[in-house]
Ligand binder design. Structure first.
Ligand SMILES: NC(=O)C1=CN([C@@H]2O[C@H](COP(=O)(O)OP(=O)(O)OC[C@H]3O[C@@H](n4cnc5c(N)ncnc54)[C@H](OP(=O)(O)O)[C@@H]3O)[C@@H](O)[C@H]2O)C=CC1
Ligand SMILES: CC(C)(CO)C(=O)C(=O)O
Length: 298
């Protein structure tokens, strides 16, 4: 399969690099990473290890591929979609956090698949990516149901040794992940604690409230996600990732823009479309945006 990875930073480089063992992969990345991969190949280290030689470029448009993987941060999704509109791609799959697929689908003619990734990735230096945890990629039709295209993509991932599952219930999975991220990411980022600090007390209560509101909005969108399931998902992920610093906490610590707009912000916006208020998500989003403005990154 010819695969274009748009936004090859940490996750895109890891997934694209693993796919390159079997497929024809092009990474669209920034220099000096793109130049280094072109000149000397890519080292994958950590929980996965390989040396692979995908093509790498900073050129955003004019590519032709069977599949485009979108792995930019969620706030760069619209720009990525505009660049992909000037490419010839057969299908698009987002592996991003937050609700980004709608932005892609509204700007692109190619079919857009939904995806979630729990692999851990860190771009250590140009040409070298660390797999910090072997997770799973789950993908499928954006609206749910069986999809031959998703099956082909899932098989292509598995052929390259990736742990990939094709699911027929992506709407529920996306909203459950959104509930988890709305609770864990925002609360850990604002209180500067590891995920494990959300096991109990006020922080646990706050994460549960954000997740419960998200589940309510999911149901307004006709996605079946009971409050209990969303709360239990938060507790399960907190337990499993207790020692982790969430991606949003890492962004705040590095004074980088967060993905709040596609997570808590998306919950607030979609709730508003239904005339519904989500005060916990609204407060969390407002605090994170205030921090971003104060830090001069918004
Ligand atoms: N890292 C991880 O372990 C995981 C990440 N995710 C999700 O995956 C997404 C990506 O995360 P992550 O890989 O960590 O983020 P990174 O910031 O490491 O990677 C995104 C990369 O895309 C680049 N980029 C953006 N626009 C362009 C462009 N037009 N042309 C070329 N390159 C571009 C960015 O460059 P620049 O910064 O210079 O703009 C950056 O290098 C996020 O939504 C994240 O939540 C999900 C699961 C795990
Ligand atoms: C699951 C969780 C919360 C793990 O830290 C995550 O997705 C993130 O940090 O973005």
């Amino acid at each position: 399969m010819r695969i274009l990875v748009f936004g090859a930073g940490s996750l895109g480089t890891l997934v694209g690099g693993l796919l390159a063992s079997v497929h024809d992969v092009t990474l669209v990345a920034r220099d000096p990473h793109a130049a280094r991969v072109s000149a000397a190949g890519l080292d994958i280290v950590g929980a996965e290890s390989a040396h692979v030689s995908p093509a790498a470029t900073t050129t955003e448009t004019g590519h032709s591929a069977d599949l485009a993987l979108v792995t930019v941060k969620s706030f760069d999704t619209a720009a990525a979609a505009d660049a992909l509109a000037d490419c010839d791609v057969g299908a698009v799959l987002s592996l991003q956090n937050g609700l980004t697929e709608e932005t892609l689908a509204s700007r692109l003619d190619a079919p857009v698949l939904a995806g979630t990734a729990t692999y851990g990735a860190r771009l250590v230096e140009p040409g070298r990516v660390e797999c910090t945890g072997v997770g799973r990629i789950v993908l499928g039709a954006l609206d749910g149901g069986p999809d031959p295209l998703a099956e082909r993509v899932g098989k292509a991932f598995r052929d390259a040794g990736l742990n990939a599952l094709v699911a027929t219930d992506m709407p529920r999975r996306r909203w459950e992940k959104l509930a988890v991220n709305a609770g864990i990411n925002a609360v850990t980022a604002l209180s500067r604690v590891e995920n494990g600090a959300l096991r109990s007390g006020d922080a646990n209560d706050l994460a549960h409230r954000a997740a419960r509101e998200t589940a309510r909005v999911a149901r307004l969108e006709r996605v079946s996600l009971p409050n209990r399931v969303a709360r239990e998902a938060v507790d399960r992920v907190v337990e499993k990732t207790a020692a982790n610093r969430s991606s949003m906490l890492q962004d705040v610590a590095a004074e980088k823009r967060t993905e709040v707009d596609a997570i808590n912000g998306a919950v607030v916006d979609i709730a508003a479309d239904h005339g519904f208020e989500v005060p916990t998500n609204r407060t969390l989003a407002a605090l994170l945006r205030a921090w971003e403005r104060g830090a001069g990154i918004r």
